[in-house]
Design a protein around this ligand. Structure first.
Ligand SMILES: [Zn+2]
Length: 357
């Protein structure tokens, strides 16, 4: 196919037909994707694996860097992250030999740590450096943890990995400087000021994906809790799980129909069957009282033997017997013992089968 499409391109005397155009289109698309794949996979090839680059160099300095670089072919980039009143922001200031030519500030989600913020600052700086025409780019930061995570640490985060790739990419023109002195230079102070003003901005909205996810999760959780608390149905289930987080034991666990019956109260125990007019009496077979969920779980003499491990678990968990229903899901051993008891008693299984017959 390539051969024929190259021929079409090289010998324009050939007649163009719909099928020849199709061939040329494919040839050009293949060419384009090969080229873009090359530039993308350069760092993933065996020769340049970013994850396997053991270290990338940086300079440590005790001197305060100048606000503007001395020569015209250099740009100084200062990064600084701030965390004020639960607001996190990071800013970069890029200075040529005469003026500030670029600056950028970003608000970050509240749970961003300062090191993560500093690392994001480095990424912004490295992205700027990649695009700039300056022949020498000096990036200055005061965060040793950010520098080490994108130059030497073995286990690295996604941001650190991206920084490492960017740094590797522009290594020929970039130098990374870690400022060890406590005194901040003018460039550093300008970046700090910009980041601070970013956190102060009343309209500042954190549009990062992490922040949006957090905000959606919080709203959903709140809506769910309200619905659960003020719901008119599920009174019995709420005795086991007063709030949605109490039901975390149900996550990633198989809930069979017998357990569902106990948790919902819609079960094949006589009290419920009588309520829905399936049996004539709500009294248990043992004859002691109405066959409620509580009677079945804690009192019924028919299942005394099967109940022993459950009672033992309650004793170990110091909940007393019978325990409060909401205490059961909170302790893993009790929850498992409850499931075992329901299973071993076969009470709900038997009646279910009988009912189906
Ligand atoms: Zn009974």
């Amino acid at each position: 196919m390539n051969f024929s499409s190259q021929r079409y391109l090289l010998f324009d005397k050939l007649h163009f037909t719909p099928s020849s155009l199709k061939a040329i289109g494919k040839f050009l698309r293949d060419l384009k994707s090969t080229n873009s794949r090359d530039s993308f996979t350069r760092f993933h090839s065996a020769r340049h694996p970013p994850g396997n680059v053991p270290t990338l160099g940086y300079y440590s300095t005790n001197t305060v860097p100048p606000k503007y670089p001395a020569d015209k072919e250099t740009v100084n980039v200062y990064t600084e992250a701030v965390k004020i009143n639960n607001k996190v922001a990071v800013a970069i200031i890029c200075n040529s030999s005469v003026e500030t030519i670029f600056s950028q500030a970003v608000n970050l989600s509240v749970n961003t740590t300062t090191t993560q913020a500093e690392l994001i600052g480095l990424k912004l700086a490295l992205k700027y450096v990649r695009e700039t025409h300056f022949k020498n780019c000096a990036i200055y930061t005061i965060s040793s943890s950010a520098v080490s995570s994108c130059t030497s640490e073995e286990k690295i985060t996604k941001t650190a990995s991206q920084c490492r790739q960017l740094l590797y990419d522009s290594n020929h023109k970039t130098s990374l400087h870690l400022i060890k002195t406590l005194k901040r230079g003018e460039g550093q102070l300008a970046a700090q000021k910009l980041a601070t003003s970013c956190t102060n901005s009343p309209e500042s909205v954190d549009w990062s994906l992490g922040a949006l996810k957090n905000s959606i999760a919080t709203s959903l959780q709140k809506a769910w809790e309200d619905e659960w608390r003020f719901g008119k149905t599920g009174t019995h289930t709420r005795k086991f799980f007063p709030t949605p987080p109490d039901a975390s034991c149900l996550m990633n666990s198989y809930i069979n129909h017998e357990l569902t019956q106990i948790l919902t109260g819609h079960c094949s125990l006589n009290r419920h069957l009588h309520k829905i007019k399936k049996v004539s009496s709500p009294i248990c077979q043992c004859g002691q009282e109405e066959e409620t969920v509580n009677h079945f779980l804690f009192n019924c003499s028919i299942f005394s033997e099967q109940r022993i491990p459950f009672q033992e678990a309650c004793r170990k968990a110091s909940t007393g017997f019978p325990p409060q229903l909401d205490a059961i899901p909170k302790t893993k051993e009790l929850w498992e013992a409850l499931k075992c008891f329901i299973q071993e008693s076969k009470r709900l299984k038997l009646r279910g089968t009988e009912l189906r017959q």
